[in-house]
Design a protein around this ligand. Structure first.
Ligand code: KIV
Ligand code: NA
Length: 255
């Protein structure tokens, strides 16, 4: 199934079955999540923090993204593989398209970039070349340094209108879905009702969007040093790993 077919199928889910999305950065995780029936695997630039140990996503390069996208793609997921375009990989439409093509060559079905109106021409360049694009509005982690932290978005009617305007520009440019990050619940619900493509929420309240995305390390509890307030862990992998390592240390030392 081609990337375009997968993206079209997800777009058509609007108003029907909710979309399930998780991040994945490596082969075994991608394979396990795909076997569980997750619809979309995001090779997110959250990679920078939860896998590579950087303080934020501004350190992630296209090279990092290609390496991890290829690992996820080797699992041959039924899920749509969505590769994040990292900061500095889409300064203008030509560079954006060249970077998107490299992610697709590495195995991505589609790409995601952050921002609204100012990204519309870049989105258009990529979608016109036949590569599906997912938008990302609300809190934009690639701008965390300018913004001085991770804050809720869409609190005032003016902010809500600006997000909606961005969403409409992205849809006009051809996106198949839009991630909404840390948008207050009422605004996320209103945008979801107003636009023609699915919204995929994170930190927007449980039921406000057409789907949900979570960072896999938040879901399985494997990155205990920072857990966002909206995370809902379903496992405690950190404790399992610590216990296994301790058991191993004791077994080897005692033999
Ligand atoms: O990189 C990432 O994990 C993301 C999600 C937070 C949507 O972009
Ligand atoms: Na990201």
């Amino acid at each position: 199934v081609s990337g375009i077919e997968k993206a079209t199928a997800l777009r058509q889910r609007k108003g029907d079955r909710r979309i399930t999305a998780l991040t994945a950065y490596d082969y075994p995780t991608a394979r396990l999540l795909d076997e569980a029936g997750v619809d979309l695997l995001l090779v997110g630039d959250s990679l920078g923090m939860v896998v590579l140990g950087y303080p934020d996503t501004t350190h992630v390069t296209l090279e990092h993204m290609l390496h991890h996208t290829a690992a996820v793609a080797r699992a041959e997921p039924k899920a749509l593989v969505l590769g994040d375009l990292p900061i500095d990989s889409y300064p203008d439409p030509e560079t954006a398209l060249a970077s998107a093509r490299q992610l697709v060559e590495a195995g991505a079905d589609a790409v995601k970039l952050e921002g609204g109106i100012r990204q519309a021409e870049k989105v258009r360049a990529i979608t016109e070349a036949g590569i599906p694009v997912c938008g990302h509005l609300g809190m934009l982690p690639q701008r965390v340094l300018e913004e001085g932290g991770y804050r809720k978005k869409g609190k005032t009617p003016e902010q809500a209108a600006a997000i909606l305007e961005g969403a409409e520009a992205l849809i006009e440019a051809g996106v198949f879905a839009i991630v909404l990050e840390s948008v207050v619940a009422d605004t996320a619900a209103e945008i979801t009702r107003s636009i023609s493509v699915p919204t995929i929420g994170i930190g927007c309240g449980e039921t406000t969007c057409d789907g949900e995305v979570a960072v896999v390390t938040d879901l399985v509890g494997s990155f205990p040093w920072f857990v966002p307030p909206f995370a809902k862990p379903e496992a405690d992998v950190a404790t399992s790993v610590r216990k296994a390592a301790l058991a191993y240390v004791n077994r080897v030392q005692e033999s």
